[in-house]
Structure formats: structure tokens, C-alpha cells
Write a new protein. Structure first.
Length: 272
């Protein structure tokens, strides 16, 4: 049974002395000056907000984040996942040694490359109650907050808007003239419908684990020229090429064919 040592506080009633005694014996790291408990440096789960490097600021995709533990960090550069080894130098700094990462073609290539370059080596730590800034030796910064992870949108019952096309290991944004015009929804009843960039379409669609297969497309017959027509022809070929591997991270869907062609699409809204 725990025994409390009574502390006599001069000039204070016995009840007040007992309260002070119990307060001093409580849990938590309280400084001698009575300030709030000390924060645990960079440890925790952090959503990346922006990078500042080379005189410019890059804003992060929603899924970019880092989970920092005592010896290991895992996270997402914005599309590709990664792991790294971590060495803590008290609460003021940490050293990061890059480990392995996935190597998918992604829309946010500039941000991913910059994040991967900055999140390594020795980094100074500036920690607040719900914010973390990591600073490199050249003054570049990674700004983060303790926002919760963005939940993955459901594959079905979500309207997906195509934002980039994948080919040969690279991602090219949909031309501005065709932006927002190619979108589709996979329904729970095994059908797909939407627009290819110009014409509307419908097709059977079968989801089997991590793959989705589109059946023959039925589409309207408007003549489509320019960038919208090029996007439409690319998507028609992709949807008709056989099983596609799908992956959803946050609000982004990636569909990839065995030959490396594919698309990325953002979750626009829940389908009615």
C-alpha cells in the first residue's frame, strides 16, 4: 500500500497542505517553474502541410504524412509510401536514414522528390502542442501538424475525376482543355458509368480483390477532337485492356495496367 509523506506548509491549514502534497506527487513531467509538461520532440503522427526549399513553398497532397517512432519512421510522400531509420538527439534534433519506398508514377512528382530529399540527414526540431517543423542544415523546412489521416474514399459509390495519365513510369496531367471532363463511377451493382472526356459511357465492371475489369463499353457517338478526344481515346484503350490494379490512398485512386499505363483520379463527390 502506498504511503504518502505529509509535508508541512508553513502558514497553511492542514487541508491545503495535503492538497499540495498530492499535487506534487502526481504524474506528468512538470518543470520547476510550474510550466506545462515538456513535449516529446518529434515523436507522433504528423500530416505534412508544406515544404519550403530553394525560395519556394510546395503545398502537400492530402495523404502526405509521417509517423515518427523511437527508431523508425513510416509515411507517404504524397503517393508513394516509405520507411526510414530514425536516431533521436534528445528533443531538439533527429537523424533520418532513408530505407525503402514504393516507386509508382504519381501526379505530385515535384513534391514527392522534394520531400524525399529533405526528409533525410540531420534535422532540427521545432515542436509545438499540435505542430512540428523539421529544418535541414541549409534552412529548408518541412511543416507538419497533428491532423488525423485522410480516410480512404470507397472505390465504389464515389465519383472519380481523372487528373493524370500514366505511361512508361511517368505521370502526365490531363491537358487543361480537358481537365475535369473525364470522370466515372463504379457502382456496387457491378456497373461503371461516366464520361471519357467527351462522350458518356457505361460498362459492366467486376472488382476482384485489388483488380477491376471493365467489360465492353457502350458510349455516345459525338465526334471528339483536340485534347478531350486524345484523353478519350487513351481511356477507352485503358478500360478495354483487361484487368487493372487499383489502389486508393486518401482521396486518390490509381488504376494501372500490366504494361504500366494507367490513370490517377481524385474523389469528386459521393455518387447518388
Amino acid at each position: 500500500m502506498r504511503t504518502y509523506r505529509h509535508v508541512r506548509v508553513l502558514g497553511a491549514p492542514l487541508g491545503v497542505a495535503l492538497v499540495l502534497t498530492l499535487g506534487l506527487s502526481g504524474c506528468g513531467r512538470v518543470t520547476e517553474s510550474g510550466s506545462a509538461p515538456r513535449l516529446d520532440g518529434p515523436l507522433g503522427s504528423w500530416g505534412v502541410e508544406s515544404l519550403t526549399t530553394g525560395g519556394r513553398t510546395l503545398h502537400a497532397p492530402d495523404v502526405a504524412r509521417v509517423d515518427i517512432g523511437q527508431e523508425r519512421a513510416t509515411g507517404n510522400y504524397g503517393c508513394n509510401g516509405f520507411t526510414a531509420q530514425v536516431t533521436l538527439h534528445g528533443d531538439a534534433a533527429l537523424s533520418v536514414t532513408r530505407g525503402v519506398n514504393t516507386d509508382m508514377a504519381c501526379e505530385h512528382t515535384d513534391f514527392e522528390n522534394a520531400f524525399a530529399k529533405l526528409f533525410q540527414g540531420r534535422l532540427a526540431v521545432d515542436r509545438g502542442p499540435d505542430r512540428l517543423t523539421l529544418k535541414t542544415t541549409d534552412g529548408s523546412t518541412i511543416a507538419m501538424s497533428s491532423k488525423p489521416p485522410v480516410p480512404d474514399a470507397p472505390l465504389t459509390a464515389t465519383e472519380w475525376t481523372v487528373d493524370s495519365l500514366l505511361s512508361g513510369g511517368t505521370a502526365a496531367s490531363v491537358p487543361a482543355e480537358a481537365a475535369g471532363r473525364a470522370r466515372f463511377t463504379l457502382a456496387a451493382d457491378g456497373t461503371a458509368s461516366g464520361a471519357l472526356g467527351c462522350n458518356r459511357f457505361s460498362a459492366p465492371a467486376t472488382v476482384d480483390g485489388s483488380s477491376v475489369t471493365f467489360g465492353p463499353l457502350t458510349a455516345t457517338r459525338m465526334a471528339c477532337e483536340g485534347p478531350a478526344g486524345e484523353v478519350e481515346r487513351t481511356l477507352t484503350g485503358l478500360f478495354g485492356s483487361g484487368p487493372l490494379t487499383w489502389r486508393v490512398q486518401g482521396r486518390q485512386l490509381t488504376l494501372t495496367a500490366p504494361d504500366g499505363t494507367g490513370l490517377t483520379a481524385g474523389a469528386a463527390s459521393a455518387a447518388e
